[in-house]
Design a binder for this molecule. Structure first.
Ligand code: TYM
Length: 339
């Protein structure tokens, strides 16, 4: 018998929608934590292809994007021996739990969700029921494995709050302590939000392609995108506050460059001597240094279809083992046929 602290393995679940290549926001908000967490937890990481149907992709786009994201998961360092890596639609138990949770999710609370209100504003011609019930599907993804921790970026915080509401409601309704309360997670630190190159608060692929830097971008593409990033005419008085777009570049520099580099350019800004061109050149090189090894792996793994499909098959089996147990127990708690 080995003495020492016996730590319960916690369950970790998270997913990313297959809407194209992954960008630096996806990496720092989610994927980087997936890779760190796989060593010490029971992890389930999936590609949220059901969720991506709210924007009606063509079958060819959907198929290609799922494969891309799977290859990028592996290239970033996810290990199919350590974590269960699967495709959401290959786990139909999720869809069943989603249906059951929808019975106890109120239209009012779903309508109040910030991401739903945002969709009404940005895509008024496609306000489908899948968008309204997006948070219940996400809750089903998470609690199907009875997760404790969910590594996500800041934009998903409210969805996690709703997940806790649905899990607790189920427990209360059936007078059971069945589902744990999952928490959004980023290694004990604040959840992160990587800003866009166009001055937007959040790097995102849907709004403007050139506002995002993708892990798979070639060095020249990264240089071009950063050189074109929005700035202003420069500070005219010492210690001026930074405009949002300028602040975004500094935030990226904080994330990717050395402390000395950041402080050097910050001092130039504060003393009105900054030349954004120089700062951008440095930032581009620092980002390229970071993305190059991942990009090389993406290129290598993407060409190995047999491996990618083996990973998906193995992941679906392992995910099924966990999800089918939950569904069996949930059905019993609800009172479906036992005889
Ligand atoms: P999605 O596909 O939009 O984003 C995937 C992950 O990347 C994070 N992220 C960011 N983090 C920091 N800065 C950014 N600029 C940035 N942009 C994206 C997101 O926070 C997320 O962690 N609904 C989810 C997918 C999902 C899911 C789940 C996540 C479906 N079911 C269950 C966790 C658990 C989404 O659309 O993420």
């Amino acid at each position: 018998m080995v003495h020492g602290t016996l730590r319960m393995m916690e369950t970790v679940v998270s997913g990313i929608r297959p809407t194209g290549n992954l960008h630096l926001g996806n990496y720092f908000g989610a994927l980087k934590n997936f890779v760190k967490m796989q060593n010490e937890n029971t992890c389930y990481f999936f590609i949220a292809d059901y969720h991506s149907l709210t924007t009606h992709p063509t079958p060819a786009d959907l198929h290609g994007n799922v494969k891309t994201v799977l290859a990028e998961f592996l290239a970033a360092g996810l290990d199919p021996e350590k974590a269960t890596i699967y495709i959401q639609s290959e786990l139909p138990e999720t869809a069943e739990l989603y249906l059951l949770l929808n019975m106890n999710a109120y239209v009012g609370e779903l309508e109040r969700c910030t991401s739903f209100k945002e969709k009404i504003r940005t895509q008024p011609d496609n306000v489908n029921a899948g968008l309204l019930t997006y948070p219940t599907l996400m809750a089903a993804d998470i609690i199907i494995h009875k997760a404790h921790k969910v590594p996500v970026g800041k934009d998903q915080e409210q969805h996690l709050e709703m997940t806790r509401t649905f899990a607790n409601r189920f427990n209360r309704m059936y007078k059971v302590e069945y589902f744990p309360e999952p928490q959004a997670y980023n290694f004990g630190e604040e959840l992160v939000k990587i800003p866009g190159l166009d001055g937007s608060m959040k790097m995102s692929k849907s709004d403007n392609e050139s506002s995002a830097i993708f892990l798979a971008d070639a060095p020249d593409v990264i240089r071009r995108k950063i050189m074109r990033a929005t700035t202003d005419t420069g500070p005219t008085a010492p210690d001026s506050p930074k405009a949002q777009a300028v602040q975004n570049l500094f935030t990226l520099m904080e994330d990717f460059s050395s402390k000395e580099t950041y402080e050097h350019f910050d001092l130039l800004y504060r003393t009105c001597q900054i030349r954004y061109g120089d700062m951008k050149k440095q930032l581009a090189e620092d980002i390229i240094k970071f993305t190059t090894p991942i990009r090389d792996e993406i290129l290598r793994i993407s060409s190995d279809e047999a491996y990618i499909s083996k990973v998906a098959r193995l992941g679906a089996e392992k995910a099924h083992a966990s999800a089918s147990k939950t569904i069996r127990e949930v059905r019993e708690i609800i009172g479906f046929r036992k005889f």
